[in-house]
Design a protein. Structure first.
Length: 404
């Protein structure tokens, strides 16, 4: 039995009422709520251990440094990375991909080179590559997807060629919920000697990640989408790649020695962590990952699959609702549109009943352009959601639809 009641009790925000209704929080794709242990970790850090890391000899600084490095080790374990030094703390996926695009681009991308992304990417795995291609006069190429939201892998095979220098794709689409066949993509790219970056923003909280089994070259995720605070995230990269990449930002902590004329850079991962890192939130991220592990990602995945399947069935029963993204393998999120109603109106009315959903383009405007729609409504699930909440949402939506 999945311990849903004790899990819900761990998240204080869920006890709230919104417009005098119990909060139904279905906006987890945007950000997840935080368990008490994560909130306590932040409070405890500022109450007992706060001090800047890596540079102090005094006790607090050492304690703070230990917590930061312990968090790195927890991340390493969580994604089964071979070495802690391959874990770079960033602000989140956006910064992770900007770091990679700048740094990898600086060293390895030249005029006429090609980078492949898909047409379902979040803007943060699209715009940095566009900027790089513009800077270097390189070409961005796109894996298209079918009407059902599945990537066209046959087309991907034809895109790979001797000019391809990198592939960067999302594991799970934040808009369509599609689980992409990333292992196949990685293997196909590697067969041509091309490295692959995986955007794990929507996967790490829903399914087990083993970067060694995947054999990807880079993997990025954001803490706030896996029950940790905002402002902390990860870029993991294979050591041989990271050792070869130039630093992204200059400043304190990333140096070995500095003269007025020259700087020798520090080793990985510090070379990529210029300035005072967000050590408090890194520690809280480690606590969040331990929390997820204590519940078990397999149980979480099963529970969330049940939620997704049930919500899909209930939405399909409403004639005026069209689900956007009907891939065979989905996780996390369901997008939909309603005949004769703008998603924003749907979202506003549901909010009056305490149901939080997201409406808009979900930072995937090309996906909206593909379906020729201005926006979608999106429900996205986390481990603390229940089947009763799905039913309440579906019953309420049915009534709302009748109003239009
Ligand atoms: N990639 C995907 C698939 C996402 O869903 C998101 C956020 O929604 C991001 C990247 C960007 O994450 P962040 O805003 O935490 O940097």
């Amino acid at each position: 039995m999945f311990p849903i009641q004790s899990i819900r009790a761990d998240f204080p925000i869920l006890a709230q009422r919104i417009h005098n209704n119990p909060l139904v929080y279905f906006d987890n794709g945007a950000t997840t709520q935080k368990p008490q242990c994560v909130i306590d970790a932040i409070v405890d850090s500022y109450t007992r251990t706060n001090s800047n890391i890596h540079r102090g000899i005094h006790s607090l600084s050492q304690c703070s440094t230990d917590l930061y490095e312990q968090a790195r080790e927890r991340v390493r374990k969580f994604i089964n990375a071979p070495h802690g030094r391959e874990i770079i703390f960033t602000k989140g996926v956006t910064e992770s991909i900007n770091l990679l695009a700048w740094s990898f681009g600086e060293k390895f991308i030249h005029e006429g080179d090609e980078i492949i992304v898909s047409t379902m990417e979040h803007h943060s795995n699209l715009v940095p590559w566009q900027m790089l291609c513009e800077r270097k006069n390189a070409k961005l190429r796109f894996i298209p997807f079918f009407e059902n939201g599945e990537l066209d892998i046959e087309c991907f095979k034809t895109l790979l060629n001797e000019r391809t220098k990198l592939v960067s794709v999302t594991h799970i689409s934040n808009t369509l919920g599609t689980v992409n066949p990333i292992k196949q993509i990685i293997d196909l790219a590697h067969a041509q000697g091309v490295p692959v970056c995986i955007d794990g923003a929507q996967s790490v909280q829903h399914t087990a990640i083993d970067v060694q089994a995947l054999d990807c070259d880079f993997f990025a995720f954001s803490g706030h989408k896996i029950y940790a605070p905002t402002g902390i995230g990860v870029l993991w990269g294979k050591e041989q790649w990271l050792n070869d990449l130039p630093p992204y930002q200059g400043g304190g902590g990333m140096i070995k020695t500095v003269t007025l004329a020259h700087t020798d850079f520090n080793e990985i991962p510090f070379r990529f962590e210029a300035g005072t890192p967000d050590y408090v939130d890194a520690h809280a991220l480690g606590v969040a990952l331990e929390y997820v592990q204590s519940i078990g990602i397999t149980g979480i995945e099963q529970h969330e699959t049940e939620l997704l399947n049930h919500a899909t069935k209930r939405l399909q029963e409403i004639d005026a609702v069209r689900i956007i993204g009907t891939a065979a393998h989905k996780s996390g999120a369901i997008s939909f549109v309603v005949n004769n109603a703008h998603p924003a109106d749907i979202g506003m009315i549901l909010d009056k009943k305490g149901i939080a959903i997201r409406t808009g383009t979900h930072c995937t405007e090309p996906v909206m352009q593909f379906y020729n729609i201005p926006a979608t409504a999106r429900v996205s699930f986390a481990m603390y959601n229940t089947l009763d909440e799905v039913d309440f949402f579906a019953d309420t939506l049915r009534k709302v639809v009748r109003m239009f």
